[in-house]
Design a protein around this ligand. Structure first.
Ligand code: RIB
Ligand code: CA
Length: 315
């Protein structure tokens, strides 16, 4: 099954960034993991932690292990985290990602085991043990991250950066006001954005700029690899509306190719109650004290070309 040998790329290593990906696979989470697993010369993946979101936790953690098996990166530990939001009841997105969370793929069940340790504890323990040394990529509801911050407020100063997929400068996707990750756990999003931690926010306004169009999906199939066919199958299923947006993948791409992105320091407030729960109010530049760098634009064509090139590394 191993589809990838990091050793082939080790000589290219320049300054590697140590990261932890906190995710709810989920089809776009899966593509984000595949991109990260295919980039060992830039990214040292300390751990993958999982959270309930797109589908319940027992599926998100198993899906993370299935993708890890596909990528042949069994040395990266996968941990299960919070099975539900801090206060609200869990709301999933089966209609988008399918009941399994990775519909459109015919991946076998996970062969590799789940690592011991609750995902939120792993975030807190690993990041406090390496102050300034680990970048966190949360691409699901922020429940695990908020849990770690509640247990150890110093986490906000110890984490090197939090590169999050969530929110929007404009309308939502699960309600007119709120994006899915922030809507599922708005209290967690509020805790993270009020924590003082360094945050780079990839909201719908920028992730909707990168869409897997039919010709790009066809180029995946043309790779004639298990990863190419699996990714094409998932994205074809995921195409609930006009060409699926590669939301979570942008956070990994931002670490690999920051020159493709532009954003501004802004004040972001999270609505936690009522009809607009989960809404991210992104204030204009200069309005309030910034608590995040909000991504505004990306070179989508260059991003997709480089993503395809990285996915082509899998044999
Ligand atoms: O709104 C998009 C986000 O919600 C992505 O992270 C997707 O995986 C879902 O979790
Ligand atoms: Ca996700």
């Amino acid at each position: 099954m191993p589809q990838f040998s990091p050793a082939a790329y080790l000589p290219l290593m320049t300054k590697r960034e140590t990261i932890i990906i906190d995710c709810d696979p989920g089809i776009d989470d899966a593509v984000a993991l595949l991109l990260a697993f295919a980039s060992p010369e830039e990214l040292d993946i300390k751990a993958v932690t999982t959270v309930a979101g797109n589908v319940p936790l027992h599926r998100t953690e198993a899906n993370a292990r299935r993708i890890r098996d596909l990528a042949g990166r069994g040395e990266v530990p996968v941990h299960a985290g919070c099975p539900r939001p801090l206060i609200r009841a869990l709301k999933t997105a089966d209609e988008i990602h399918g009941k399994t969370g990775l519909d459109g793929s015919d991946l076998p069940d996970a062969l590799s085991a789940l690592a011991p340790g609750h995902g939120a504890d792993v975030l807190r323990r690993e990041i406090s043990a390496a102050p300034g040394g680990i970048t966190l990529l949360p691409v699901g509801p922020l429940t695990n991250v908020a849990h770690a911050l509640a247990a150890r407020p110093e986490f906000a100063q110890e984490v090197s950066n939090i590169v999050v997929m969530g929110g929007s400068t404009g309308p939502g996707n699960v309600t007119p006001h709120a994006e899915f990750n922030f809507h599922v756990d708005p209290h967690a999003a509020h805790i993270v954005f009020e924590s003082g931690a360094p945050i780079v926010m990839h909201g719908l306004n920028v992730t909707h700029q990168v869409r897997a169009k039919p010709d790009w999906i066809q180029a995946l199939r043309a790779l004639e690899t298990t990863v190419g066919h699996t990714t094409a199958g998932m994205l074809t299923f995921y195409d609930s509306d006009n060409d699926p947006a590669l939301h979570d993948v942008l956070t990994v791409g931002y670490l690999l190719w920051p020159e493709l992105f532009s954003g501004e320091a802004r004040r972001v407030d999270i609505v936690t109650e009522g009809d607009e729960a989960g809404r991210s109010i992104v204030r204009d530049a200069g309005d309030g004290v910034p608590n995040a760098t909000v991504m505004l634009d990306v070179d989508a064509d260059a991003f997709l070309a480089r993503l395809l090139d990285r996915l082509a590394r899998y044999s």
